[in-house]
Write a protein that binds this ligand. Structure first.
Ligand code: ZN
Length: 456
């Protein structure tokens, strides 16, 4: 069944039917930035096109399977669509070129783009309501060497992740992290590798602070600024237009804020002034960095601000880093008793963990046969659709910076291994240890932790 179990809500003119009389899911494309009457005309015209059902089913199925990206590659051979689900790309059965082209014509038409243009980059955004959720979907098409590539990005209109729990942070770490964020006279550094959910953790981290009793203010580049966070007053600057960041920063300080939220320290001047505010005026600061782990984040921060490095380390109080991992589907995950050898290999003391879990992955359809070649019925989990995983979480590494750690950073002269070794000696848990903890809690599998550790 391609349209999912839920029957689409009937619209005023009844659900659309394609040539075979099959019901097309009700997914209305409301192109953003186009006047309403013009949009209506485009929408009606698009519905008449032969590719309409294919385009709508492609979008609807993506949302139903929780994909956050659709990638379609057009080549001489045909069109291949992929869905990204929980960070994994899944390839759909290939379409022949006319079918793929027909779907693309519909999307370009309804988005007010030029269907005949297959080379120059075209972009548009649209809103839709589907499965009782508001979505904002970005469309991009551009010519590539082999033909044309289409990328569709699917986001919920409102953020769905709200608490540190939602992100997967274990409870004891939540307590420590909140203490850091709500602390005084320090800098908290939030970091993650590229594409590993840093903006989400930044937002959720800030949303879960005591910003109702203290004044939080942010300084952000207008071009890179993210959605405003309630009770964090945004101060924007635009390079080359009006006041520069240094001036906006000084104006911001006049209001005597308590916590400086700086997605980047921007300049030596701002780094120096921030440290000044922390040491002399009891202010607190939060900043962030793209980095592979906490130690890498420290090295990057101090090598970006060499002159201020020593003073930054003096006030740095903690560094958070994260990597994304798939959550086991709680409907079909299977417990198993780990052997003593496995526990030893994982560094888990004997008797501590009675069971670990693994995903249920059904054999591919061609293998669902008995010894005589007769097909056998295999029940596929309805929640995860046989993927064994449902949703993602972050594995966090939280490094506390105290005086002995500061001394080590000073002495390391930028050598990350010396810092990592010292942290390990003191019992700091890195990604591997945190990942195994998540396995022991039944949240993910050893295979996922292995994959996370092997990723560059
Ligand atoms: Zn399942």
């Amino acid at each position: 069944m391609i349209f999912g179990k839920k029957k689409p809500k009937p619209t005023t003119d009844g659900p659309a039917l394609n040539a075979e009389g099959v019901e097309i899911p009700t997914l209305e494309i409301k192109t953003l930035g186009i006047p309403k009457d013009e949009l209506q005309g485009l929408s009606i015209a698009a519905r008449q096109l032969p590719g309409y059902p294919i385009a709508i089913v492609l979008l609807a199925n993506a949302i139903t399977s929780r994909a956050d990206r659709i990638l379609v590659d057009y080549s001489a051979q045909g069109a291949v669509a992929r869905y990204r689900i929980d960070g994994n790309w899944e390839t759909l059965p290939p379409m022949d070129r006319p079918t793929g082209d027909a779907a693309l014509v519909v999307l370009k038409k309804v988005l007010g783009l030029n269907p005949a243009e297959r080379k120059v980059k075209q972009e548009a955004k649209f809103a839709t309501n589907f499965k009782d959720t508001d979505w904002v979907i970005s469309f991009m098409s551009a010519g590539v060497q082999t033909g044309e590539r289409v990328l569709v990005q699917i986001d919920t209109k409102k953020p769905t992740l709200k608490t540190l729990n939602d992100l997967g942070m274990r409870e004891a770490m939540q307590v420590t992290f909140k203490e850091l964020m709500n602390g005084h006279k320090g800098i908290v550094l939030i970091s993650a590798p590229a594409g590993q959910g840093l903006p989400t953790t930044w937002r959720v981290g800030l949303e879960n602070t005591d910003k109702y009793v203290r004044d939080f203010v942010s300084l952000e580049n207008k071009a890179e600024a993210e959605a405003e966070i309630i009770n964090v007053t945004q101060n924007l600057y635009e390079p080359g237009v009006g006041d520069g960041p240094d001036t906006v920063f000084e104006k911001m300080l006049l209001k005597q804020p308590d916590v400086l939220v700086l997605p980047s320290l921007i300049s030596s001047y701002i780094a120096e002034r921030t440290i000044d505010q922390i040491t002399k005026n009891d202010k607190h600061a939060v900043t962030r960095m793209v980095a592979t782990d906490s130690v890498d984040a420290i090295i990057k921060l101090i090598s970006t601000y060499r002159t201020e490095a020593k003073d930054i380390v003096k006030v740095l109080s903690g560094v958070l880093n994260q990597r994304l991992i798939r959550r086991l589907c709680d409907k079909c995950k299977q417990p198993f008793q780990p052997t003593p050898q496995l526990l030893q290999k994982l560094g888990i003391p004997a008797g501590r963990v009675q069971k670990l879990f693994q995903p249920t992955i059904p054999p591919p359809p061609e293998q669902r046969v008995d010894a005589k070649g007769n097909p056998i019925e295999i029940e596929i989990c309805k929640k995860c659709n046989g993927r064994g995983y449902h949703g993602r979480m972050a594995i966090f590494e939280l490094l506390i910076i105290d005086d002995p750690m500061r001394q080590t950073i000073f002495k390391s002269s930028g050598n990350p291994d010396a810092i990592r070794q010292f942290a390990k000696q003191r019992g700091h848990l890195g990604f591997q240890e945190e990942g195994i903890l998540a396995c022991a809690l039944g949240e993910t599998s050893l295979q996922e932790v292995q994959k996370m550790m092997a990723a560059k």
